[in-house]
Every structure is written in structure tokens, then in C-alpha cells.
Design a binder for this molecule. Structure first.
Ligand code: XBP
Ligand code: MG
Length: 241
């Protein structure tokens, strides 16, 4: 049996409820670029199956509207969207989800290693962590594996493999904390067991492969996570609701 050595945190929907700010930033950017596109909540929920904001814009432009991709323009739009999103972070619009700050600090005190494993950009992650935890926030995490590290976004497992490689740990020594079906699939394809924190944007996703589902991480202790990880080491298919 392999002891738990590291927690691998997804960002969007897991560390913070970011998607409404992402959605608003996309829509404001579309208007800025003279487009009449508008992603309402229902459409955005469906588009979240496409990991990565740049990829999401491209998917919408090509698959949804049947357009020809203009990748330079899509990159410009995504840059503008990221600036708007980070302005929202600077305005304090993205608190961490309940239980996250306490769990991060306890994990570090307890000797667990921490990594971020996300499809979003590195600067979005460092801005979010700094805004909520101060200048030392990003350094709580030994590894930040982000969208820049993996051209193929979740559910592709590349970003998880990058994190494992940088940590120098086998997948079985880690536990992923995710909020989405594509994130869970990415972790699973890299061999990393995972738990889910639910949110409205990923309601209805297939979480059958998760070790457990939680509404949020308040009240979830390291002992709880260690017990789930230990159980996953010698059984499959057991799940705690
Ligand atoms: C969820 C995502 C992200 C955000 C948009 O990422 O799919 O693409 O919706 O962010 P996570 P960007 O893996 O953290 O759940 O526009 O920066 O890609
Ligand atoms: Mg997520």
C-alpha cells in the first residue's frame, strides 16, 4: 500500500467558484470584439465540457457556428478575456470555497505536498491564490501544472502527468480534488484517485469513478482524505456519499 504523499487540486470550481466570472469575462470580451455571441448559463454549462477557454471559444466558433477558425483572433480574444477575469479577481470577487484555506494550511503543516493541476493559465492561478492567501499563497503549492504545460486539455491526462513528473511521485501516492467529469476523467486516466466537490456547473456529470463526493470541503479532514485514499488502495468501486 502506498501512503498519501500529495494532494492535487483542480482550480476552477474546486479552489473557487470561478466559472460565473469566467462566463461574464467571455461575454464582455465578445462584445468588445464586436460579436453578438452571448453564452447564457445553460449554454456555458454545456461548453464547460470543452476544457480551456481558448479551446472553448474555438469550439464555439467552429463546431457551433460553423465558422472557420481564426486562431490569431481567438488568441487575442482569450488574452482580453483573461485580463477581464483577473480584474475581477483583483476586485475580490473570487473567494476560496469553504474549507479550502484551512485544508491547504493543515496539509502543509502535516507534511503533505501540494500541487495545482488545472487547464487555466498560471497567472490566473497565482492571482487567485495571492488575492485570497497573500503573497505567500502560490508558494503553498510545490507544483503548479497549468494550461501552458499541457496543449491537450482535460479530460486528457497530460496535465496530471506533468504534475506527477514534477513531484516525482507515483499516481498512487496522490489524491486529486476535482469538481468536474472531465477533471475526474483526466485524473483517472493518469491513475490518480480522486474525490469530487460538487457545484452547480458540473451537476449531472458522471462522478461514478470518484472515491467520494462532497458539497464542499468544510468539515473534511486530512484523516478523512487519508482514509479514502487508503481504502482506494485495496478496494475498487467503494464510494462514500
Ligand atoms: C476549467 C476550465 C477553464 C476555465 C476557463 O479549468 O475549463 O478553462 O473555464 O479558464 P480547471 P481559461 O481545470 O481549473 O477546472 O479561459 O483560463 O482557460
Ligand atoms: Mg474544475
Amino acid at each position: 500500500m502506498t501512503d498519501l504523499a500529495a494532494l492535487l487540486f483542480d482550480v476552477d470550481g474546486t479552489l473557487a467558484e470561478t466559472e460565473e466570472l469566467h462566463r461574464t469575462a467571455f461575454n464582455e470580451t465578445f462584445a468588445e470584439f464586436g460579436l453578438d455571441w452571448r453564452w447564457d448559463a445553460k449554454l456555458y454549462k454545456a461548453l464547460l465540457k470543452v476544457g480551456g477557454g481558448r479551446e472553448r471559444i474555438r469550439h464555439f466558433a467552429v463546431d457551433h457556428l460553423g465558422g472557420r477558425p481564426d486562431d490569431a483572433r481567438i488568441a487575442d480574444m482569450h488574452r482580453a478575456k483573461t485580463a477581464r477575469y483577473q480584474q475581477g479577481i483583483a476586485e475580490g470577487r473570487l473567494p476560496l470555497r469553504p474549507g479550502i484555506a484551512a485544508l491547504l494550511r493543515t496539509a502543509r503543516t502535516d507534511g503533505l505536498r501540494l500541487a495545482v493541476v488545472t487547464t487555466t493559465s498560471r497567472s490566473n492561478v497565482t492571482e487567485l491564490l495571492t488575492a485570497n492567501l497573500g503573497p505567500e499563497g502560490p508558494a503553498l503549492f510545490e507544483v503548479l501544472a497549468t494550461g501552458e504545460d499541457a496543449p491537450d486539455k482535460k479530460p486528457d491526462p497530460t496535465v496530471y502527468r506533468v504534475a506527477l513528473d514534477r513531484l516525482g511521485l507515483p499516481a498512487a501516492a496522490c489524491l486529486a480534488i476535482e469538481d468536474s467529469g472531465i477533471g475526474l476523467a483526466a485524473a483517472g486516466a493518469a491513475g490518480v484517485p480522486a474525490v469530487i466537490t460538487r457545484n452547480r456547473w458540473t451537476e449531472g456529470d458522471d462522478f461514478s469513478a470518484a472515491l467520494a463526493e462532497f458539497d464542499d470541503l468544510s468539515g473534511v479532514t486530512l484523516d478523512d482524505l487519508r482514509a479514502l485514499h487508503r481504502a482506494a488502495g485495496h478496494t475498487t468501486g467503494s464510494k462514500i456519499e
